[in-house]
Design a protein around this ligand. Structure first.
Ligand code: GDP
Ligand code: MG
Length: 282
């Protein structure tokens, strides 16, 4: 399968990101909790040297809770601060304020030694497209500002959201580029809907997803569609098409439609909380 995705604007995004990095102390990096490695770009580790780092396992509500914990430990083991969040309903937001102070402890201490008092931590949100950056900023800033009063300020032509007296957030997120040269990564990003469906072979992807679910989350397909999981992936897809009445003209089964339906259900959590990439055992 060939998943290709080479948006030209990624070079521009990278340059913008490098510029913005000069202005901030802390990178709040969003990853998709269902595919925590595939949805991150390790270039950020090089670009973000000397910055405090916080990883948010976003869309944690859609991912397997045991895996969320495993991934949290994994990233903590690599020296990141980590918080699981659901940016859509706000779960995990309260915790972030404290973790930001913790992540920036050294900077705050450095400031104190130099006699700089009360300089807020400046942060930027970063992540690949569709990971939830805008949703997070809205929810996080919305909650924080409701408490402290909304006082946006302008610095160097940049718009900052003043969250409280300790933290300012750049209102435009840094857009990271996925590692689209890696086919496996491309496939996982397609599963979670971060690559446009219209450039993909949805039926082939559906068969791959069915294979994965049968192995890692036995019972999930059966619970939703009442299909037998003992058969090969194509028969399962056929079963889904039958059960859901996906038909073309002339009673022929419509596999493309069944595939689309499967992806809608998976992405909206109707197949349960599923993680597609398991944390490596330490
Ligand atoms: N279930 C769930 N959906 C989320 C979460 N965060 C964002 N989304 C959804 O993911 C999609 C992309 O979010 P968006 O903020 O536009 O991503 P951006 O491209 O990184 O700015 C939207 O449909 C959001 O509603 C989350 O924590 N949980
Ligand atoms: Mg956005």
């Amino acid at each position: 399968m060939n998943v290709q995705w080479y948006p030209g604007h990624m070079t521009k995004a990278k340059r913008q990101m490098q510029e913005d990095l000069k202005l901030i102390d802390l990178i709040i990096e969003l990853v998709d909790a269902r595919v925590p490695l595939s949805s991150r770009n390790p270039d950020i580790d090089r670009l973000g040297q000397n910055k405090s780092r916080l990883i948010l396992l976003n869309k944690a509500d859609l991912a397997d809770e045991r895996q969320n914990e495993a991934w949290k430990e994994y990233f903590q083991g690599k020296g990141f601060h980590v918080v699981k969040v659901d940016s859509r309903n706000g779960a995990g937001m309260k915790n972030i304020q404290n973790v930001i102070q913790e992540a920036c402890k050294e900077k705050i201490e450095r400031d104190r030694k130099r006699g700089i008092k009360n300089r807020p931590v400046r942060a930027m949100v970063a992540g690949i497209p569709n990971v939830g950056k805008s949703t997070f900023i809205n929810t996080f800033a919305g909650k924080a500002c409701a408490k402290t009063g909304n006082r946006p300020g302008v610095t160097k032509g940049k718009q900052w959201i003043r969250l409280n007296k300790n933290v300012e957030l750049l209102d435009t997120p840094g857009i990271l580029w996925p590692k689209f040269e890696d086919q496996e990564v491309g496939i996982r990003l397609a599963f979670v809907g971060s690559i446009k469906d219209d450039i993909l072979n949805m039926e082939e992807l559906a068969l791959t997803l069915i294979g994965y679910l049968k192995e890692k989350y036995p019972g999930a397909l059966n619970a939703r569609y009442e299909v037998s999981e003992q058969e090969e992936a194509l028969s399962v897809l056929e079963g889904i098409a039958r059960v859901r009445g996906c038909l073309k003209k002339g009673e022929e089964l419509d596999y493309a439609k069944a595939s689309g339906l499967l992806f809608d259900d998976f992405r909206s959590g109707k197949l349960g909380r599923i993680t597609l990439e398991w944390a490596p055992a330490e």
